[in-house]
Design a protein around this ligand. Structure first.
Ligand code: GUN
Ligand code: ZN
Length: 445
């Protein structure tokens, strides 16, 4: 951290707060993106402190200076624990919680065989409420404090996740999944008009309420008619401050299917672009098998590509081109894609991103992996000024990691020469046991 910024923050602690809490531990925060600036973009303090007042971060700095600046603060000492921003999962399907790790199918069969039957159960609002609560508790156990999730076609599934998020104080992005083509099963279809009407009503009910953000959600072009894509494109045009999420170029078979359903489209992206569904607030999940024109357009508009590495290996989709896409300036977020993804853990997700990077000869540094799981995903969701980092004025969503949470990790960390060697074993081998505590809007969950 630059010294001037630290001085300003310390001054704020001295003058402004009366009820601050000081969290002591190792602290790691970002001054920029390690993809652009290397790991100089990261500030690490072996004995650091995070000052929190209410739901906000007041200051970040060395522990001794922070204690001296704020002698009346309540002190919570996390020992050797590493305080980092809460993880931000930029693409998930909370209704698939119950069928995660379903065996042996590739995308289209997997959807038909496992996913759609599971999503039909959400016609029952009580079921939706039960899964929504269980899902968010699992996320908090794994250190994820924000998620952008698909719901099902049932409006009550959206109410369920936002109500569960509200009860836990979490910043959550969610939207009603829209499907009106006969490629989706009966019982899991809406219409162009009802998708527009229900999405609009949910958006008006939830968007900007507390920490809720509504996301317009056409599942993917194979399960929508042109009329539905157009209706949702129009809705997005009327509410440009909302994000829009969908799937793009996940599997080769899927791309061939899209070509057969949309014969006049130039490519997969064009099925969205032609109907008002390409823009800076667009979140395109997977984005593996992209054509040059698609890459150009995504970069030109500043859309977000969401990398879902455990899903891409689990369903057998392919190897995301992290090196090429970040080099050309694409905005990339990181996500579990549960239940196509095989884990709720963003640590496991970082490990899978590393492994895919290796297969593509671009080994991601621990600082890049952590950035993707926090600031990178927050940037993809257009909230990097609020969450995904530890800095004065940001929302106090953070976690404490135990960097020696299992004997296997501990024996490796005993030989670590610096913070990156100490963190990387937890990224590669850690799970919810590494998450000592999770703090949402300043409160322990
Ligand atoms: N494409 C369309 N729907 C889905 C889904 O639920 N999961 C994944 N991984 N891909 C999809
Ligand atoms: Zn998905």
């Amino acid at each position: 951290m630059r010294f001037g910024a630290l001085a300003v923050m310390l001054r704020r602690v001295c003058i402004g707060d009366t009820m601050a809490t000081l969290h002591l531990g190792q602290v790691l925060s970002f001054d920029g993106s390690p993809f652009d600036e290397g790991h100089d973009a990261v500030w690490h303090e072996r004995r650091g402190a995070l000052a929190v007042e209410g739901d906000r971060i007041l200051a970040v700095g060395p522990a001794d200076a922070m204690r001296a600046a704020h002698p009346a603060a309540e002190v919570i000492d996390h020992g050797d624990g590493l305080i980092v921003p809460g993880f931000v999962d930029a693409h998930a399907h909370y209704p698939q919680t119950g069928m995660i790790a379903s065996w042996g199918k590739r995308l289209i069969d997997w959807l038909n065989h496992y996913t759609f039957p599971e999503e039909m159960r959400f016609a029952d609002p009580a079921h939706a409420r039960a899964v929504a609560g269980r899902y968010l508790d699992l996320l908090l156990d794994h250190g994820t404090t924000s998620v952008c999730t698909y719901c099902t076609i049932h409006p009550a599934s959206v109410d369920a996740i936002f109500e569960a998020a509200e009860a836990r104080g979490m910043r959550v992005f969610a939207g009603k999944t829209c499907m009106d083509r006969d490629t989706a099963p009966e019982g899991l279809r809406d219409s162009a008009q009802s998708a527009y009407d229900d999405s609009k009503a949910l958006l008006e009910r939830w968007h900007g309420t507390g920490r809720a953000s509504y996301v317009i959600t056409p599942r993917f072009s194979p399960t929508s008619t042109v009329a539905q894509l157009e209706a949702l494109g129009a809705l997005w045009g009327e509410h440009p401050d909302c994000l829009m999420q969908t799937h793009l170029s996940e599997q080769v078979d899927e791309i061939a299917w899209v070509k057969s359903l949309y014969p006049s489209a130039r490519d997969y992206l064009d099925t969205y672009e032609a109907h008002g569904l390409l823009g800076a607030g667009g979140l395109y999940g997977h984005a593996i098998h992209l054509e040059p024109r698609e890459r150009d357009r995504l970069r030109e508009v500043g859309a977000s590509l969401i990398h879902c590495p455990t899903s891409n290996t689990f369903i057998g989709s392919g190897l995301f081109d992290m090196g090429g896409l970040t080099r050309e300036g694409q905005i990339v977020g990181l996500a579990t894609d549960t239940g196509g993804g095989s884990s709720f853990s963003m640590l496991r997700t970082m490990a899978a991103a590393y492994e895919i990077g290796q297969l593509r000869h671009r080994p991601l540094h621990a600082s890049e992996l952590l950035w993707l799981a926090t600031q990178g995903s927050a940037r993809a969701l257009h909230v990097d000024d609020r969450i995904g980092n530890l800095a004065a004025g940001m929302e106090a969503d953070f976690i404490v990691l135990d960097l020696a949470s299992t004997p296997a990790i501990a024996q490796r960390v005993a030989q670590a020469g610096d913070i990156w060697e100490a963190l990387f074993p937890t990224i590669m081998m850690g799970d919810d046991r590494a998450v000592t505590s999770t703090w949402v809007a300043g409160r322990k969950r």
